[in-house]
Design a protein around this ligand. Structure first.
Ligand SMILES: *Cc1c(COP(=O)(O)O)cnc(C)c1O
Length: 401
């Protein structure tokens, strides 16, 4: 196992993360180049807005958007996206959030796309208006929300439409964008976990989204507590104004002109709703570094490494009674392979018991929790480190051979 000295000193067990980069399991092991850039950034002070100006350029390069903002995660980006759509460049509205009584405050979304992260939109003061019935999921029917239902739900109180980027999201983004354009409303997209493929960095902006939220700590390999908001410059400017603290005389404020139109602002708002989700210079620098590496490295190289890791893991596990061991392609994330153990009636235990046994051992091993529903123990290679393949195979054989 790699040196885990800081965790040894703190008495915190290092885990084998075969579940992929999730917040609960502390994201990714960060690339050494990103860690080095963060350490370098930590040794001096800068004006945080000058750094956000550079982050905006890096995010714009990677996504094709007009502008971008480094945030403290995709959830923070969602909250700031909602805040931007609620307040635009109205400083007194910024100061009121999350109180939105008596001002337009509705975000329309498909009922089938409700998820635990949409709380971030509500945190800014938005009210969610659900449309459609996800009949296709019940097995009773085939339909889901449809564009006319969004259209019918739009009122003078609507500030944005929301779309969750998922392979099976309906209706498709292009149809939501068409409705939004007719009503001059922005579309917010949650694309937090949509990589791979790296092409998804550009796809939703290309398809007409006005604001797209990404996680920096998932596949991109940035700091765990980083994310990004990419989109229209006026909306990103509003988000940026609401993220900062504003202990500053307006006359002395020198924001980067690429992101801010100082002449068009009457002054500065108070500390914004996003101040609770501040991002430091180390994370901003780490995010910029990680995004540049992620884009230049390319999917093929990463896919080949994951596939090779899966091949080694499947070979090391070998054959087990009542268990089919196979390497699959993740249908949601092209280029990502996983190792799946399908536990049949002849296996020594079921998938839930195997998962729990793996978690309780030393070192604790975490597999993909959601696969248990399908009777599978699934291993995701994205966060595995040297030595992990052997540790997993040993424990799997102890339990199931
Ligand atoms: C992970 C995730 C988020 C939150 O991302 P963070 O960067 O951890 O804040 C939001 N939405 C979806 C769909 C996610 O998968």
């Amino acid at each position: 196992m790699i040196n885990s000295t800081i965790y040894d000193r703190l008495g915190v067990p290092v885990i084998v993360n075969a579940a992929g980069p999730s917040t609960r399991l502390s994201g990714n092991p960060m690339r050494p180049e990103v860690a080095a850039a963060m350490a370098e950034a930590s040794s001096a002070c800068v004006q945080i807005l000058d750094l956000q100006g550079r982050a905006s350029e890096a995010i714009a390069r990677a996504t094709g958007a007009e502008a971008g903002l480094a945030t403290a995660g995709a959830a923070a980006a969602l909250m700031l996206a909602a805040a931007a759509c609620l307040a635009r460049l109205d400083l007194s509205r910024m100061n009121r959030l999350p109180d939105t009584d008596g001002m337009p405050n509705e975000i329309v979304m498909a009922r089938s796309q409700r998820n635990f992260y949409d709380r971030s939109l509500r945190q800014a003061g938005a009210k969610l208006v659900e449309v459609g019935i996800p009949d296709r999921f019940s097995g009773a029917g085939v339909r889901d929300a449809e564009p006319w239902e969004y259209e019918a739900a739009i009122t003078p109180s609507t500030v944005a439409l929301f779309w969750l980027a998922q392979r099976n999201s309906e209706p498709p983004l292009s149809e939501i964008v068409a409705v939004a354009r007719r009503h001059k409303l922005p579309v917010i997209v949650d694309a937090a976990g949509q990589m791979p493929p790296a092409a998804n960095l550009r796809r939703f902006i290309d398809e007409g989204a006005d604001l797209v939220c990404f996680s920096g700590g998932k596949a991109i390999g940035g700091p765990q507590a980083s994310g990004m908001l990419a989109g229209r410059r006026d909306l990103v400017q509003s988000a940026a104004l609401q993220q900062l603290d504003q202990d500053e005389f307006f006359a002395l404020w020198t924001p980067p002109p690429a992101l801010f139109d100082k002449d068009r602002l009457p002054g500065l708002p108070h500390h914004g709703i996003g101040r609770v989700a501040k991002i430091g210079k180390e994370e901003i620098v780490g995010l910029i570094t990680a995004v540049d590496i992620y884009v230049s490295e390319g999917d093929e190289r990463r896919g080949a490494i994951w596939r090779a890791t899966c091949t080694r893991l499947a070979a090391a596990i070998g054959t087990l009674p009542g268990v089919e061991v196979r390497i699959s392609d993740d249908p949601r994330r092209p280029g990502l392979s996983t190792v799946d153990l399908i536990l049949g009636a002849g296996a020594r235990c079921d998938a839930a018991a195997a998962l729990s046994g793996l978690q309780r051992g030393t070192p604790p091993i975490f597999a993909v929790a959601g696969a248990v529903r399908a009777g599978m123990v699934q291993f995701n290679p994205m966060c595995l480190r040297p030595g992990d393949v052997e540790a997993i195979a040993r424990r799997v054989r102890d339990m199931l051979a």
